[in-house]
Ligand binder design. Structure first.
Ligand code: KIV
Length: 274
């Protein structure tokens, strides 16, 4: 068993099979983004199950307007910083815009995130159009999280950050996409900004865990961008987010409150649904 020591306790590492077991047992999976060593330590101590080095770092760390300028080098660097503080949580690294345009490119860049960065799972955005990429990564032994719903890397194609899957055709297409990506070998599905009922249906139908952001309480797990949780989002925070610093004595307490609220299904509440 992959067991690693934290200052206060020894806890088994979160693995892909552990996430499957959590889903089967009805234990909600608490996920959060982090981009550096200090916050990785805070998240781990609070019991966050999956830590994502998201390409949101383009906005919250680099001050960019979108995630598009983020490079593989940036994710590798921040993943290494997070891995240095990680004891238990599963480290998932985002594949940036255009870093998985074909199978060879995807394999090369996923390899960099895992070998140079130390990630144990990669995440990529896309619909069933990513089936061949997911298949190639899965065959090579790369754990994959597929990202459906709002796809920020396609912002200039989509023309805005909008809720996806509200219309019956869009919902049906997303259900088909999700099944195709699971069959291709995805280990996790992340859904962003979709109706709660659709997310709940995906979680019910899929064998793999479904992690939601702006997708209601019926998912197998939840994720937030750390800056949204801390109430330091530049500009207006998204409607689905909650500032856990309000009333918290420390950052550690705020992250702990988030984990507790997710695990007890008190977050997201009705006011966080889209
Ligand atoms: O990049 C990121 O931080 C994400 C979030 C939406 C979870 O994908």
């Amino acid at each position: 068993m992959d067991v690693e020591k934290s200052g206060k306790r020894t806890a088994p590492s979160v693995t892909v099979s552990r996430l499957l077991r959590m889903k089967a047992d009805g234990e909600v999976i608490a996920c959060l983004t982090a981009y550096d060593y200090s916050f990785a330590c805070v998240l781990d101590e609070a019991g966050v199950d999956v830590t994502l080095i998201g390409d949101t770092l383009g906005m919250v760390i680099q001050g960019q307007k979108t995630t598009l300028p983020v490079r593989v080098e940036d994710i590798v660097y921040h993943t290494r910083c997070v891995v240095a503080g990680r004891r238990r949580s599963l480290i998932m690294a985002d594949m940036p815009f255009l870093s998985y345009v074909d199978e060879a490119t995807a394999l090369r860049n996923a390899g960099r995130l895992m070998q140079e960065g130390g990630a144990r799972m990669v995440k990529l955005e896309g619909t069933a159009d990513q089936v061949s990429i997911v298949t190639a990564l899965a065959r090579a032994g790369v754990p994959v999280c597929a990202h459906l719903g709002l796809l920020p890397q396609r912002i200039h194609k989509l023309g805005g950050y909008k809720v996806k899957g509200r219309d019956p055709a869009g919902a049906t297409a997303m259900i088909d996409d999700a099944h195709a990506l699971e069959a291709a070998g995805a280990d996790l599905l992340l859904v962003e900004c979709i109706p709660a009922a659709l997310a709940e249906r995906l979680a019910r139908e899929l064998r793999i865990p479904v992690i939601g952001i702006g997708a209601g309480p019926g998912c197998d797990g939840q994720i937030l961008v750390l800056q949204d949780l801390l109430g330091i989002t530049p500009g207006r925070p998204p409607r689905f987010a909650k500032n856990f610093m309000a009333g918290a004595a420390s950052i550690q307490d705020a992250v702990q409150a988030y984990v507790t609220a997710v695990k007890s299904r008190r977050f997201p509440a009705a006011e966080h649904c889209l």
